[in-house]
Design a protein around this ligand. Sequence first.
Ligand SMILES: Nc1nc2c(ncn2[C@@H]2O[C@H](COP(=O)(O)OP(=O)(O)OP(=O)(O)O)[C@@H](O)[C@H]2O)c(=O)[nH]1
Ligand SMILES: [Mg+2]
Length: 331
Amino acid sequence: MAVHWFPGHMHKALKEIKEALSQVDILIEVLDARIPYSSENPEVAKIRGDKPVLKILNKSDLADPEITARWQAHLESERGVKTFTTSTDNTAKTKQIIELIRKTCAQKDASVKTINAMIMGIPNVGKSTLINILADRVIAKTGNEPAVTKNQQRINLGSGIVLYDTPGVLWPKLENPNTGYRLAASGAVKDTAMEYDDVGFYAADYLIKAYPDLMQDRYRLDFVPDTELAFLEMAASKRGALMAGGRVNLHKICEVLINELRSGKLGRITLETPEMLIEEKREMAEVAAKKLADKEKRKQRFKDGSLTPDKKDKKEKREEKRMENRARRKT
Ligand SMILES: Nc1nc2c(ncn2[C@@H]2O[C@H](COP(=O)(O)OP(=O)(O)OP(=O)(O)O)[C@@H](O)[C@H]2O)c(=O)[nH]1
Ligand SMILES: [Mg+2]
């Protein structure tokens, strides 16, 4: 799913993050434990240089614990990366981040008194909540919707550590098509920039395969059907999500499913595993290689004179660009 949501403040935020980076000793990237890959900003890998990165898998209370452990091992295979799980139901553990920051920056020039730590992450992942826990007071505004924090804010923890809270950023190009769905399903995309039906069908397809027992329990089904449509229809009947005339209201049940997934009512669920990502990356590489080969073939046909420029192609591309710009302006 294409996410056309990269509002102006995110552009500005990313620019400011890059500008402030030279003063930062450690990057703290807050990931959503339910989607550690999809919530990882590819920009971080590009801009971090050799700064240490602490990847916090937040909202771990909502994620499948066994898969979270696998993700930690996977992420830590990258150079200079440490991971740590947090959730709002264990604030004492969250506070250990302060020690982790100190330890990670211990090798730093001893004359440097203050450690500057920058908190980054996708919208709604819990950055400001984390800062409030670390600061032991409500200092950053939080809210259960994306794009609450609009400006960078420096918070002095008073123990030689300064934290930078930054607005949640997404990135303009999501290369893996699954990423858009997973971000939307987890609550990182503004409601007005996503289609509940699309995301609901995507989630249903995954959930009936990965967590059939949880689905059967939650929607009190006699059995879990093979297709997402049949599952949504059954769940809609059970929940009374019906339209006039008794037909099932698929839009309504998609909304219910997404909201229950986001709030943890379905159980502890993770939407992607390291193995799935390895496979998806392989598929993406195949698609990219095919695209390149097709382009080369077309070039050759131009040279041979057997193909003239396809005007319709160009017109469609222009129209697509226009739609994208319009969607961006709307937000
Ligand atoms: N279940 C659960 N909810 C959490 C956790 N951490 C944060 N939340 C909730 O997630 C929502 C978003 O939290 P924020 O701290 O505002 O998120 P943010 O990353 O600062 O969001 P933006 O400023 O919009 O980028 C709030 O409703 C929090 O209560 C967690 O560990 N578990
Ligand atoms: Mg915030």
